[in-house]
Ligand binder design. Structure first.
Ligand SMILES: [Mn+2]
Length: 319
């Protein structure tokens, strides 16, 4: 029996389902939230996309007429939660304490299966790829808004089909969306990636000027301070995708992007090869993630830049 058919049997028409994702949502998070909300609505189930304040501007336009609810407006004890693209409970907004998790669909390694029903598949590039595969299996009719959102998730988590997580199924899923709804990939690329402000480009310029190479030029490290954001009139979410630029250098195998906030440090780690598991290093600083793309956030006192670089260097030295 297809997984979504099992789930559909257990859905209740009398309660609302809140479709949520991790803090600082990316394209895969937003795309899967939109798709699952719309899928449940198509079954005449009350489902709402949970809106938070940290959705990047270029992703907000994907939501369109999808029913939404603000996180603050969710009533305690009424309804159930569905978490998408969420590695663990600490990555979810804290205010959900009184509702239970009915479903958890994700592709992060070490997801602790925190919901009643869990569908965690590490081999998929994105949660959107999982959803397309599951929806295809039940022959669901993709509408254009859902297809666009899912496509956006596919391309953000795969870096436009360029990362090591891309498989034949990833392309099958993309092709299926195109065949069903005549969506035009170039228009999605434009609306997602070609919407930068001049301030963001100035911040990118600053980011690039701060690239430091170490470990025989195999590690690129970039550090931005609060001051850098103030100087360029930008915010932290404006750096989305910047780290990929550091990985385009010929000898660089790992890139580390460190953002210094008032009380905490945020790190993003990327590697060019699945043999360099940067999520192991993220774990040392209380973070998590995929093999080639991971991150952490830790109190300023607990952070040591040299220790981070040393740990990354060790990955490269491993036989
Ligand atoms: Mn994802």
């Amino acid at each position: 029996m297809p997984f979504l058919a099992i789930i559909a049997d257990e859905l209740q028409t009398s309660i609302p389902y809140y479709i949520c994702t991790h803090v600082r949502p990316d394209g895969d998070a937003v795309g899967s939230q939109i798709a699952f909300t719309r899928y449940l609505n198509s079954l005449k189930i009350k489902a709402f996309y949970v809106l938070t304040h940290d959705i990047p501007r270029n992703l907000q336009i994907l939501i369109k007429d999808t029913p939404c609810i603000c996180l603050e407006d969710i009533e305690d004890n009424v309804g159930a939660l569905i978490a998408l693209d969420c590695a663990d409970l600490t990555r979810l907004p804290a205010s959900f304490k009184n509702l239970t998790y009915f479903l958890n669909i994700d592709h992060h390694p070490n997801n602790p299966n925190f919901a009643k029903h869990n569908y965690v598949q590490e081999s998929f590039s994105s949660t959107c790829e999982i959803l397309i595969t599951l929806l295809k299996e039940i022959r669901w009719n993709f509408d254009p808004i859902t297809a666009q959102a899912l496509y956006a998730g596919l391309i953000t988590d795969t870096g436009n089909f360029s990362h090591s997580n891309v498989s034949a199924n990833t392309f099958v899923c993309a092709a299926h969306l195109l065949q069903c709804t005549h969506l035009q990939p170039y228009t999605i690329i434009q609306s997602l990636f070609e919407q930068k402000t001049l301030a963001q480009i100035r911040l990118l310029s600053l980011f690039l000027s701060k690239i430091q190479l170490c470990c025989n030029e195999q590690i690129a490290c970039i550090e931005l301070t609060q001051d850098d954001y103030i100087k360029t009139n930008t915010q932290h979410s404006d750096t989305e995708g910047f780290i990929a630029h550091a990985l385009t250098m010929q000898n660089v195998k790992i890139a580390a992007f460190i953002e210094y906030n008032e009380n905490f440090v945020k790190g993003s780690l990327r590697s060019k090869s699945p043999h360099l598991a940067v999520n192991q290093v993220a774990l040392q600083f209380g973070g998590f993630g995929h093999i080639c793309a991971a991150g952490f956030q830790c109190p300023s006192q607990a952070f040591n830049r040299d220790q981070l670089i040393q740990s990354l260097a060790k990955l490269i030295e491993q036989p």
